[in-house]
Design a protein around this ligand. Structure first.
Ligand SMILES: NC(=O)c1ccc[n+]([C@@H]2O[C@H](COP(=O)([O-])OP(=O)(O)OC[C@H]3O[C@@H](n4cnc5c(N)ncnc54)[C@H](O)[C@@H]3O)[C@@H](O)[C@H]2O)c1
Length: 254
């Protein structure tokens, strides 16, 4: 089991889905975790973790905001003494849009959360992780940061951006002993996917078709991504940087 005792992690989008699962996995391995989200529901996750004797706190945080990032990083360091691990997880699906009539506003909204948010995380947390002697950054991309999907241009562009932003950061920060990797989940059973399917008239058929697109014939569970994020955060992955960890039930193997 990974040993993260004495380490501090900041996880964005931790009120729900993959972020909450990552926060639980990191804390169970001994890390102190600052969960952040623009949704106050993250407070309940942090309280449930603290009730189990884990080191966890919550802060409201919009990842598109410079001041919010500065304050979140400050709080992690003030509260827990250092910052070693950053999980850039917050993201939105953005709905289905055909490029022929895609609004610029809808494009900008997805890019600002999914890509600008990751840039700001690197920008604000990087110096603090370097000051701690190094650490690990995990950027949550997607299978859609590796292969395209019709109707999801902005999402694919944002996640593809995260894939290459991760590699550039890994090259810059290897001398600082900061590893930077991306993770590429297939479709995982979270509110993000459930809501996207609920927005469609053919949501049920789409759910069946998407499951069938995974050779393992199911969606992944948040815990399966939380464990993979823990692997990238820990010394178990000590020679990995700039890598793409694909956890997709075989979706992109075809
Ligand atoms: N679920 C999947 O199938 C899947 C697959 C691949 C990648 N991902 C990625 O995983 C990440 C987590 O997704 P999820 O499925 O857990 O979704 P989710 O909707 O369950 O959780 C996302 C969280 O991010 C928060 N968030 C959204 N915008 C924010 C902002 N501007 N600032 C701060 N927090 C914000 C939401 O409040 C929410 O709590 C996203 O980046 C998503 O793109 C998800």
């Amino acid at each position: 089991m990974a040993n993260l005792h004495g380490k501090t992690a900041l996880v964005t989008g931790a009120a729900s889905g993959l972020g909450a699962a990552a926060a639980w996995a990191l804390a169970r391995s001994g890390a102190a975790v600052l969960l952040t989200d623009r949704d106050l529901a993250g407070e309940e996750v942090a309280v449930a973790m603290a009730d189990q004797g884990l080191k966890a706190a919550f802060r409201l945080h919009d990842v598109t905001s410079h001041p919010d990032w500065a304050a979140a990083v400050e709080e992690a360091v003030d509260r827990f003494g250092r910052l070693d691990i950053l999980v850039n997880n917050a993201g939105i699906a953005g709905g289905r849009h055909e490029l022929m009539d895609h609004s610029f506003d809808a494009w900008r909204q997805v890019l600002s959360v999914n890509l600008d948010g990751v840039f700001l995380g690197l920008r604000h947390a990087g110096p603090r992780i370097a000051a701690a002697g190094g650490g690990s950054v995990i950027n949550v991309s997607s299978i859609l940061g590796k292969v395209g999907m019709a109707g999801a241009a902005a999402y694919c562009a944002s996640k593809g951006g995260v894939t290459l932003l991760t590699k550039a950061a890994a090259l810059e920060w290897a001398p600082h002993n900061i590893r930077v990797n991306s993770i590429h989940p297939g479709f995982i059973d979270t509110p993000l996917v459930a809501n996207a399917l609920a927005d469609r008239d053919d949501g049920n058929e789409m759910r069946v078709a998407l499951m069938a697109a995974h050779p393992m014939a199911r969606f992944g569970m948040p815990k399966e991504i939380g464990e993979a994020i823990l692997f990238l955060a820990s010394d178990a992955s000590s020679f990995m940087t700039g890598a793409e960890l694909v956890v997709d039930g075989g979706y992109t193997a075809q």
